[in-house]
Design a protein around this ligand. Structure first.
Ligand SMILES: C[S@@+](CC[C@H](N)C(=O)[O-])C[C@H]1O[C@@H](n2cnc3c(N)ncnc32)[C@H](O)[C@@H]1O
Length: 459
């Protein structure tokens, strides 16, 4: 595992993608983060508050916000992820697609920087949660999904007269990097439900417990239906005192009341501030003391403050230029921590083996790209058109409209083929489908000849 190339209590001011791309792999135990929700509006802090002047834009446009290199990276290396993004774009809007692209390139890096034991809590709401879950499944793998937590609260603004049920919950997705090696979470316990107590009332022993052996004797039907039974039947199946795991809906944590200023409770006036109690539950459950916690969208530092209170290490990132002052102020006031924040505006430079973000779905990459400037997909396309004309390189058919030609790899990516221009070809749709990940270009031509699909003119 690589050494972290950042210090505990680092706060980076700038775009989190730069920071994430500079971080060494597998250096983070837990990510607890609350990105924009794609609310199609701008957020402003309350005037006269600690966060006065803060604002961030939560509107997304495909033309304005999506960088060509993101599309290139995702299309070439993570085609299944691109499909999740395209489906959001198709089902909802270009803006939703743009937001998914923005999140996807960052989530890929978040996956990379997590340790194999690590996990991520991604805070969102029903505006985009259904699309984000598909993106998370594509990056983290659906098998690594742990919970969809529903944080229910009373509408803090007390709005009335809506034409629908009040929207009073957020969603928090919890994914492991790898279910098989994930940290042994400390799920908070709640009391047993009244119906469970009623049902088993007469079977509890003097200690308020029911062993497997007792269950087998008293409730053979329930015992038979158990998915797993320990060898030692004297072990405890139900313990009234210990209670049971909390459910995945949390209704006991109040939201921040934004109207107040700093004197009223924990509000800093920051528009999307989340309660400390919410992030305390998350961090306590999924990390140990001294673990490294990352929040790449830390806003007014709820995650760092909780991490500090709980004795964890932390790294926070925000693009808002006043975040630093608010973080320092909060840490001084709420944790009595003075002068220990490493405020940086230059992202770290990776000192590990620079493996690319490599989720399970990534196609294999065995070689380094040749040095020199990287061409975008559009530039490669133009270059190949200039070299070969608007002719398919697989069947030699000529097309009046070059849009019939698609950019593909000669050696498939799944066999280690490069994204470099030296490995790029232009194929018509049928050749592209036939080639798939199976053939190289020469293999495709042989197959085309065999099937009689070669353009007669050049045979
Ligand atoms: C929903 S708020 C986070 C609020 C935070 N949980 C809190 O309690 O204060 C999202 C934050 O993401 C930040 N942000 C948006 N785009 C960013 C980017 N590309 N890089 C870093 N921060 C970004 C915004 O400035 C905003 O503070």
């Amino acid at each position: 595992m690589a050494e972290p190339n950042f210090k505990n209590r680092t706060l980076y001011h700038g775009d989190n993608l730069k920071f994430l791309r500079g971080m060494n792999s597998e250096t983070i135990d837990l990510i607890a983060t609350d990105p924009p929700f794609n609310k199609n509006r701008d957020f402003h802090a309350t005037p006269d508050s600690l966060a006065a002047g803060a604002k961030f834009q939560d509107r997304w446009s495909w033309e304005r916000d999506v960088h060509q290199d993101w599309i290139d990276q995702i299309t070439d290396d993570y085609p299944r992820l691109m499909e999740a993004i395209e489906s959001a774009r198709f089902a909802h809007s270009d803006g939703m697609g743009a937001f998914m692209c923005f999140m996807a390139v960052r989530l890929l890096e978040m996956w990379r920087v997590l340790k194999p034991t690590g996990s991520i809590y991604l805070h969102c709401d029903p505006t985009a949660s259904h699309y984000l879950k598909a993106v998370m499944d594509a990056i983290f793998g659906w098998r690594n999904f742990i919970n969809e937590i529903v944080w229910c609260y009373i509408d803090p603004a007390g709005r009335r007269n809506s034409s629908h049920y009040k929207r009073t919950h957020d969603i928090i997705f919890w994914y492991a990097k790898d279910q098989n090696s994930r940290f042994d979470s400390k799920i908070p316990k709640g009391p047993l439900s009244p119906s469970t107590i009623k049902r088993y009332e007469k079977y509890f022993d003097a200690n308020g417990q029911i062993s497997y052996a007792a269950l087998k004797r008293t409730n053979p039907g329930v015992f038979k239906a158990l998915k797993s039974v320990p060898d030692d039947l004297s072990m405890i199946w139900l313990d009234r005192n210990k209670g049971t795991n909390m459910p995945d809906w949390w209704a006991d944590i109040a939201p921040i009341k934004r109207k107040g200023n700093r004197q009223k409770g924990e509000s800093t006036g920051y528009p999307t501030q989340k309660p400390l109690a919410l992030y305390k539950r998350i961090i306590e459950c999924s990390s140990d003391e001294n673990d490294m916690i990352l929040d790449p969208f830390c806003g007014c530092a709820t995650t760092p403050v909780v991490a500090e209170i709980l004795g964890r290490q932390w790294v926070g990132v925000d693009i808002w230029d006043k975040a630093h002052e608010v973080v320092v102020d909060r840490l001084e006031n709420e944790v009595r921590m003075f002068g220990k924040v490493h405020y940086i505006t230059e992202p770290p430079a990776r000192t590990d083996d620079k493996r690319p973000a490599a989720p399970f779905l990534r196609v294999k990459q065995r070689y380094d790209e040749p040095p020199g400037p990287k061409m975008s997909r559009a530039e490669m396309y133009e270059h190949l058109l200039e070299q070969h004309g608007s002719r398919c390189q697989g069947c030699y058919r000529e097309f009046d409209d070059p849009r019939y030609l698609q950019l593909d790899h000669n050696v498939p990516r799944s066999d280690g083929g490069l994204n470099h221009i030296s490995n790029r070809i232009l194929l018509c749709g049928p050749c592209n489908r036939l080639k798939s990940n199976i053939y190289t270009l020469s293999g495709l031509r042989r197959q085309n000849k065999k099937l009689g699909y070669m353009s007669k003119g050049l045979m």
